[in-house]
Design a protein around this ligand. Structure first.
Ligand code: NI
Length: 253
């Protein structure tokens, strides 16, 4: 059994066959799917999905890309959503200085507000970090955060070490299968299995051989297989440990 700890199946890419995508995952050994919020609207959709499907849990958050157009009134709405008992994390939140779709001066205060929300509710964080490692670590340290997962990990060895030292989980997507992803594979070799989570980030980042197509939760098995190969252990062992990690981290019942 595997858990896809990060995907976006509320997105319009699944409007025609969302139920089938969830069934296909369930029928192929995906025990749970955690659908991640990326805006207020997507967070509401994420909670709705979780209400309607026993195997789906939700996270609510606002992606740093959306920081410029985030209405401060949205925070209260987000909190109401976050109080639903199938909401297991605040995310994805963080900083993105690569695409810079929103200004850094708007990203940071939003990130801090949402960290505050996670503290109020006792929920862990799902972190998006892109070319923002220094600020991410600085803020998480200041806020004394220990329960966080760095999603779609693509950092170098130093960032990995800092994240592990702070007690964070490291999450890998299907991009670990890409030909040029040596840095990501190196991180997966170095990170202890006890601190690894698996995800697809679907609809994005389809595995090698399916690139450019829509991704879906069932493909999380490709991440497990690649990590097994890198660590020279069985896929079953990767599945067993990472599934237990996810259940403990997100407190899944
Ligand atoms: Ni995502």
């Amino acid at each position: 059994m595997l858990i896809d700890t990060h995907c976006h199946i509320d997105f319009p890419e699944y409007n025609q066959d969302r139920g089938e995508v969830i069934s296909r995952a369930k029928d192929n050994g995906i025990e749970y799917i955690i659908n991640i919020g990326s805006s207020l609207e997507n967070s509401a959709a994420s909670v709705e999905l979780a209400k309607n499907h026993a195997c789906v849990y939700a996270a609510v958050g606002v992606h740093p890309h959306d920081a410029d157009r985030f209405d401060p009134d949205g925070l209260e709405k987000l909190e109401t959503l976050a109080r639903h008992d199938k909401v297991v994390a605040i995310g994805e939140i963080g900083l993105d200085y690569f695409k810079n779709f929103s200004k850094a001066e708007n990203q940071k205060p939003l990130f801090k507000k949402l960290i505050g929300l996670s503290k109020d509710l006792g929920l862990p964080l799902v972190i998006h970090s892109r070319q923002a490692e220094e600020d991410i670590l600085k803020i998480l340290k200041e806020e004394e955060i220990t329960r966080a997962v760095v999603h779609c990990f693509s950092g170098g060895e130093n960032f990995l070490k800092d994240c592990l030292d702070m007690g964070f989980f490291i999450s890998f997507t299907c991009n670990i299968t890409y030909k040029k992803a040596d840095t990501i594979r190196r991180a997966a070799e170095l990170a202890p299995l006890e601190r690894i989570l698996l995800e697809t980030d679907a609809p994005y980042l389809s595995p090698e051989g399916m690139r450019g197509k829509r991704n879906e939760p069932v493909n999380v098995r490709f991440v497990a297989e690649k990590i097994a190969e890198l660590k020279m252990i069985s896929s079953e062992e990767v599945a067993r440990v990472t599934t237990e990690n996810a259940k403990n981290f997100f407190k899944l019942k």
